[in-house]
Design a protein around this ligand. Structure first.
Ligand code: UDP
Ligand code: MG
Length: 322
């Protein structure tokens, strides 16, 4: 008989062998207290350390645990996406594996859900143990994105959130290849609210979000939810073209009405620099969008699951969704 799952907790995991046992224990402690059916759905995003073995061990001992192993590292956002695809709870909660998001906030989120909210996101009031570069760049990025996006996206909010089943059903339909999950959830709508918290230090190990992944995430966020960069290309293009014409007319007038000899070398150099500079910039911006369009045109699966363990007990077993 299939058991109805009340709460699904999705935990994306990449090389977290050091913290896995502690986060499993802390999550279990919190969820046991809720006296409801739950599943802990770990998505192993192609870890290369002992994460896989540890997860399989935990899954064998605990029927509430389900594990997806990706065939390689597909990235945090796709790990969350796979979790959402496979989750079967009435309510789905996404939380990091490194205990930076305290599991103890889950009951507070559920409380809000019981009050009738469909999405409860956790907003960071402060972040402990992170470099000032990370704090500053994140803060700037959230504010910029909120300003330029077509829809409001809450600032200082990561992926630690609760979502009602109906939100997840919509998320599954979106099918974007480079998903920016927090933006997608804002875009979906329904009744959304926030709770606030202080983000803890990572329990152990290093961040799995190096600069390269942070840049990819911000570009996904911006290109998925804002057309400003494309419009910027227009503004910049028009401006430089305008300057070019003006310059040409000034020279023409000087040449016609005065006997002023024009030394064009400096002017030409500046003009070339401005024009080439802006052309390259525009091409770069268009390239970002094109790359994403190209991704969407390709009918590749978004992620590949190597193994799905623990799905026979409890919740419905799903075949490959990717
Ligand atoms: N993560 C992932 N795939 C990746 C990078 C990270 O699944 O390619 C997971 C990671 O294990 C953690 C969460 O995403 O559970 C957030 O990553 P991390 O804590 O390293 O990011 P930070 O908190 O430093 O921004
Ligand atoms: Mg972290």
């Amino acid at each position: 008989m299939l058991l109805k799952v009340d709460y699904s907790v999705i935990i994306p995991v990449y090389n977290e062998a050091e913290v896995l046992q502690s986060s499993y224990e802390r999550l279990t402690e919190v969820l046991q207290k809720l006296k409801a059916n739950y599943e802990l759905l770990f998505v192993n995003d192609g870890s290369k350390d002992g994460t896989k073995a540890q997860l399989d061990q935990i899954e064998k001992q605990d029927t509430n645990v389900k594990v997806l192993h990706f065939s390689r590292n597909f990235g945090h956002q796709l790990a969350i996406t796979a979790g959402v695809d496979y989750a079967s709870g009435e309510v789905v909660i996404v939380i990091d594996a490194d205990l930076q998001d305290p599991p103890e906030l889950i009951p507070e989120m559920i409380q809000k859900w019981q009050e009738g909210y469909d999405v409860v996101y956790a907003k960071r009031l402060a972040r402990k143990g992170e470099s000032s570069f990370k704090k500053m760049s994140a803060s700037l990025f959230y504010r910029l994105l909120d300003k330029i996006s077509e829809i409001p996206i809450p600032v200082d909010t990561g992926d630690f959130r609760l979502m009602d089943k109906k939100v997840c059903e919509q998320l599954r339909l979106l099918g974007e290849k480079n998903p920016f999950v927090r933006g997608q959830v804002s875009w979906i709508g329904f009744r959304q609210t926030e709770i606030t918290y202080i983000r803890d230090e990572r329990l152990s190990g290093e961040t799995k979000y190096p600069l390269k992944k942070m840049v990819k995430l911000s570009l996904d966020g911006i290109t998925s939810f804002s057309y400003l960069p494309l419009k910027l290309a227009n503004y910049l293009g028009s401006l430089t073209l305008g300057i070019g014409f003006l310059y040409f007319f000034i020279l023409l007038i000087r040449w016609t009405f005065t006997d002023h000899q024009i030394s064009g070398m400096n002017g030409i150099a500046i003009l070339l620099l401005v024009l080439f500079g802006s052309c390259f910039l525009l091409l770069g911006i268009i390239g970002e969008y094109l790359a994403r369009l190209f991704e969407d045109i390709k009918v590749r699966p978004r992620y590949i699951i190597d193994e799905a363990n623990g799905f026979t007990s409890g919740a419905r077993k799903k075949e490959k969704l990717s």
